[in-house]
Design a protein around this ligand. Structure first.
Ligand SMILES: *[C@@H]1O[C@H](CO)[C@@H](O)[C@H](O)[C@H]1NC(C)=O
Ligand SMILES: *[C@@H]1O[C@H](CO)[C@@H](O)[C@H](O)[C@H]1NC(C)=O
Length: 454
């Protein structure tokens, strides 16, 4: 033994008269060929033309109506990834995380509201061209759960959620192989991954898709990690995101009654209360009714959007947590969103320059000064921001990634950056002949669930 020359390994061996090195060389060659084959023979998504991501120094994109493109720098313009989507019948317990303990919660119901992204992303991945049915060739693994909805509708309680997640994870050898690093979970609400109370023990290395960035309310901690997780857009009502069928159309700027509005419930939040105060002081400039969840001060869906479109600027203050759906809705009624949520983190920052399409104002400076500032912005600048927003808003719509621009496209761009050629964890080992083994030297294909976690 002892014939392997480690130094030649990374270069594929070659000249040492050593069979083991040759074997490794051959293996590397096979791997390289396979890899190149994949690069050149996979149908690639190609995105071209105008690009909002890297405008020239003065910051304004030159043309209108172009596609958004995945930047050339870094990984090139092509998407090349394979995602395996776990089947609900394949893993015991997965169904409970999707339809509740009795299997009675309907996915159609769960498609609506803020938790809808958990269902939509799953359904869209099922028809994605990046989906693979072979685990062996997958770069990433998607674990479908509709847990936010299931919990809201009483389908599982907190302890059941935790126990079921653990049961599910212990049945996934591939999760064990990477320590969860190549597994994707969606957490669609402010509570984030905390809906699974032991997330920190079991899935803290996995990729979370969530609308929520750093959480600062109530808990001093956040389940979101900007380097590992992906911010997704909020779930704007389908009736507003579908081109052509939009229930409420934007108004011309000159026809808008208000300078700014905020349409939401105050919920005792400081920023929101200040806005309501401001509207009382300047009723002809700011529309800001104190809305309620129900009763006469509740707006219907269409009515809500009819109000929203009636101002040049739509203020999006933080609520329970730092993200706000109103930010995304603004683009579909074509008002300029004014973010007042200091901790907000926005989706797809690899391709979108938010200073081109929105304003972020300190939440500590809500007062007449804000109105003076907004009034000072010439209409042509407002129009320009709106027009640039019109080009990117397709990234907030949960349509299939086969449409040239959609939230799924943006998510794929982000996921591409997570793809690794190699998968490992503290419990993964490998031998001279390419075999993966566990600590007991059992080969990967024979790792039998339930497996110890994490
Ligand atoms: C994840 O959890 C494990 C087990 O509790 C812990 O050892 C590890 O440090 C955690 N990793 C991260 C990145 O938080
Ligand atoms: C790799 O080597 C180990 C240890 O010698 C052996 O048990 C295993 O069967 C080998 N695997 C393959 C795929 O040849």
């Amino acid at each position: 033994m002892g014939t392997t020359n480690n130094k030649t390994r990374p270069f594929g061996g070659g000249h040492t008269p050593c069979t083991r090195t040759h074997q490794i060389g051959a293996l590397l060659l096979v791997a390289a060929t396979f890899f190149l084959f994949r690069i050149f023979h996979r149908p690639c998504a190609h995105f071209s033309s105008a690009d909002l991501s890297r405008p020239s120094r003065n910051g304004l994109p030159s043309s209108d109506g172009g596609d958004l493109s995945w930047p050339l720098r870094g990984y090139g313009p092509h998407l090349d990834l394979k995602i395996y989507v776990y089947d609900e019948n394949e893993i015991e317990g997965l169904k409970a995380l999707m339809y509740g303990r009795d299997g009675k919660i309907s996915d159609v119901k769960c498609m609506k509201g803020q938790w809808g992204t958990q269902v939509k992303i799953h359904k869209l991945l099922l028809i994605s061209r990046f989906r693979t049915r072979k685990k062996e060739e997958a770069d990433l693994f998607f674990v479908p759960t509709y847990i936010k909805c299931v919990r809201m509708l009483g389908g599982l309680d907190d302890n059941e959620i935790s126990d079921t997640y653990v049961k599910v994870l212990s049945q996934m050898p591939y999760f064990r192989r990477s320590g969860g690093r190549d597994h994707i979970f969606v957490f669609p609400s402010g509570i984030g991954a905390y809906i699974f109370k032991s997330w920190e023990i079991y899935i803290n290395r996995s990729i979370f898709l969530t609308p929520e960035g750093d959480r600062t309310d109530k808990k001093g901690t956040s389940a979101f990690n900007t380097w590992k997780d992906i911010i997704i857009p909020g779930n704007v009502d389908d009736s507003m995101t579908t081109d052509g069928a939009r229930v409420v159309q934007p108004l011309p700027l000159s026809k808008r009654k208000y300078l700014a509005n905020y349409l939401g419930r105050a919920q005792g939040k400081a920023g929101r209360l200040k806005l309501i105060e401001l509207a009382k002081q300047f009723p002809d400039k700011v529309e800001c009714p104190n809305l309620q969840f129900s009763g006469p001060n509740k707006l219907g869906r269409t009515e809500y959007f009819e109000h929203l479109r009636n101002a040049k600027f739509c203020v999006a203050p933080r609520g329970e947590s730092s993200w706000t759906l109103r930010f995304y809705e603004s683009f579909f009624v074509e008002c300029v969103p004014v973010i007042m949520s200091d901790q907000i983190e926005l989706p797809f920052q690899n391709v979108v320059d938010y200073a081109q399409i929105s304003i972020k104002w300190p939440s500590t400076r809500i007062g007449p000064e804000l109105l003076e500032y907004l009034e000072s912005i010439p209409d042509k600048d407002v129009e320009a921001m709106i027009s640039r927003g019109r080009r990117v808003r397709c990234l907030w719509a949960y349509a299939s990634e086969s449409s040239p621009c959609s939230a799924m496209q943006g998510i794929m761009w982000e996921l591409q950056r997570k793809v690794r050629q190699f998968h490992q964890s503290a419990e993964t080992f490998w031998l001279h002949n390419g075999s993966y083994v566990n600590r007991n030297l059992v080969e990967f294909p024979r790792w039998k669930p339930p497996m110890p976690l994490p």
